[in-house]
Design a protein around this ligand. Structure first.
Ligand code: HEC
Ligand SMILES: [Cu+2]
Length: 337
């Protein structure tokens, strides 16, 4: 059997990777804000230095191999001149890498420290992020707003994410805006990001955190500043009234079954659960549990079988409720604006 050369594989890899080009704003190579751009510049710099070294070494290698290959009659000339211990060469190939490393280190270190700097609080939106297996809580301490799995930000403004974890180590990554950073239980970490243009930027947990790690998704939704202010105002006064008799029945069932874990602000429930995503304004969420489009069918599927959709998550199934009861609950969730 004929063996394919490694070169064949080398040519295949870029082809396969090209298939990974993102359809949904998830490329660190296409940054949508100043932090991502700064980080990309560092990637370019290190890649350029690497490419330079590879090319120079390859050229010298090919030249030496062809120019000094063994030719008929060479054996009579004896051993060629040896360069081992040559001071000149030793110094040369020590100094060149040192220079290259300095060229890489100076911008890397200054950028790292600059990105660590705390931005002016008056110019910054603060968001407290808590990671849970397998969802994200977002709290705006200055705005008295809480959301889950979808964090809204204004464009052109620095956003300071103060992060911690409720259970295991998670990591926060929005490839097109920059990152990434760990969320550790009992400790705070800070990441500052900014979006230049309105849009939806997909985020992921990038620290293996359990069975549904790969489904621990979130969205950063960037609005023009005026639209962001409108969003904040609507979140500060959420509409949690059940509008129909069916939704009122749903509300009753939610109070009975869900409120120990979940909270719905402004609805008059006695408790506000904190171990599950806040459902206040749930109908405004674009997705269910960060993984499916927010529509009637998907919400119903989620209630019946959350473990099938997101293995190992902390929500029990409600398949013992009747179709009618589930429909009432879904109706109520649709009224939460
Ligand atoms: C034992 C606690 C618990 C109970 C009871 C519970 N849930 Fe949940 N629920 C969770 C957790 C935890 C999650 C997050 C799962 C994940 O994504 O990892 C969740 C997620 C959800 C989501 C998706 C939220 C989002 O932000 O996308 C909805 C909708 C939901 N639950 C509705 C309900 C309803 C309706 C009930 C009552 C019939 C209910 N839950 C009962 C714990 C609970
Ligand atoms: Cu995680």
């Amino acid at each position: 059997m004929k063996r394919r050369s490694p070169a064949w594989w080398l040519l295949t890899i870029p082809g396969l990777l090209a298939g990974c080009v993102s359809r949904n704003n998830m490329s660190a190579l296409d940054p949508q804000g100043p932090v991502g751009k700064t980080q990309l510049n560092l990637i370019y710099l290190s890649t350029a230095i690497m490419a330079f070294v590879v090319i120079v070494v390859a050229v010298i290698y090919i030249y030496v191999v062809t120019r000094y290959r063994e030719r008929p009659g060479d054996e009579k000339k004896g051993i060629p001149e040896q360069i081992s211990g040559s001071k000149k060469l030793e110094i040369l190939w020590t100094v060149i890498p040192v220079i290259l490393l300095v060229i890489l280190a100076v911008p890397t270190i200054t950028t790292t420290f600059r990105l660590e700097e705390r931005p002016d609080p008056a110019e910054t939106i603060r968001v407290n992020v808590t990671g849970y297996q397998y969802w994200w809580a977002f709290k705006y301490p200055d705005l008295r707003v809480t959301t889950a799995n979808e964090v809204h930000i204004p464009t052109g403004k620095k956003v300071e994410f103060n992060m911690t974890s409720q259970d295991v180590v998670h990591a926060f990554w929005v490839p097109s805006l920059g990152g990434k950073l760990d969320l550790n239980p009992g400790r705070n970490t800070r990441l500052v990001l900014q979006a230049d243009r309105p849009g939806v930027y997909e985020g992921k947990c990038t620290e293996l955190c359990g069975a549904s790690h790969a489904l621990m998704n979130f969205r950063v939704i960037a609005h023009r500043p005026a639209d962001f202010d409108r969003w904040v105002a609507s979140r500060q006064k959420p509409d949690s009234t059940a509008k129909t008799a069916e939704a009122r029945e749903g509300k009753r069932l939610v109070g009975q079954n869900c409120i120990g874990c979940h909270a719905v602000r402004g609805a008059g429930f006695q408790v506000e659960g904190t171990t599950a995503p806040e459902l206040t304004g749930f109908s405004q969420r674009t997705r269910v549990a960060g993984i499916m489009e927010n529509n009637r069918k998907n919400v119903t599927d989620w209630l019946k079988n959350p473990q099938g959709l997101k293995p190992g998550n902390r929500m029990p199934a409600f398949d013992h409720l009747s179709e009618k009861q589930l429909r009432a609950i879904v109706k109520y969730l649709e009224d939460l604006k």
